[in-house]
Design a protein around this ligand. Structure first.
Ligand code: 5RP
Length: 233
């Protein structure tokens, strides 16, 4: 099975295992989580899932929900009341304790909001996302307000990170997030403590959020090249 097939297997498998009518859902972002949204959408359109209320973590996800008629709400709307039953999302790295790096698609702020507002949290990923230690290979994104770019970069370097401003593709200059901010992608050379860094980075003035997700441990649906879907708690 190729990587595209693995993404689809994880994204559809989680829906079949966990999603029920009447649920308040957080819907994640990326090329794996989109398969979950698509599957939910096809069930909603066919009338097999009813009473679904969803919060979308990015514009990509909003568009997919609109295509299928999945009802969307703000987290502040009375229909959600700031709480979700289940959040389904992808990840860039997953360590042996199910801690995550997320935000490759630049949606980390809404993704963290959804994850931390949800009673249960499921991550969908193919086996290439499994790592021993977070933050060494895939860059960890930090969302910063534009005015804080340089001071935050210097503070991150003091923590031992290499810092790169995320550049846009097919637009000159940096990526601007859906909240008007910049993304600093950071990478470490030596093993780090992701839980300590998640808290410490958010204390730097000008940081809006960072891509370490260590405070809740998701159930992880990992698809393998041999066609097996592993569920890791
Ligand atoms: C977006 C994310 C994605 O969930 C993460 O980047 C994984 O994406 P993909 O499934 O396309 O590899 O955090 O901000």
């Amino acid at each position: 099975m190729n990587q595209q097939g693995m993404k689809e297997l994880a994204g559809t498998g989680v829906v079949d295992a966990l999603v029920k009518s009447g649920m308040k859902l957080g819907l994640g972002t990326g090329s794996t989580a989109i398969h979950a949204t698509r599957r939910i959408g096809s069930f909603v359109a066919a009338g097999k899932l009813t009473g679904i209320r969803a919060f979308a973590t990015s514009f990509q996800t909003v568009l997919e929900c609109e295509k299928w008629g999945i009802p969307l709400y703000s987290l502040n709307a009375p229909e959600l009341g700031g709480k979700l039953d289940l959040c389904i999302d992808g990840a860039d790295e997953i360590d042996t304790e199910n801690r995550l790096v997320k935000g490759g698609g630049g949606a980390l702020l809404m993704e963290k909001l959804a994850a931390y507002a949800s009673a249960s949290y499921a991550i969908v990923a193919d086996e290439t996302k499994l790592v021993e230690n977070l933050g060494l290979a895939f860059p960890v994104p930090i969302e910063v307000i534009p005015e804080a770019r340089l001071p935050v970069s210097m503070a991150l370097e003091k923590l031992g990170a290499e810092v790169f401003l995320r550049e846009a593709v097919r637009k000159a200059g940096p990526v601007i997030t859906e909240h008007g901010n910049l993304l600093l992608d950071i990478r470490f050379k030596d093993r780090i403590d992701p839980a300590r860094l998640e808290a410490e980075i958010n204390h730097i003035p000008g940081v809006v959020e960072n891509g370490f997700f260590t405070r809740i441990r998701p159930t992880v649906f990992i698809s393998h090249g041999d066609g097996k879907l592993e569920v890791r708690k």
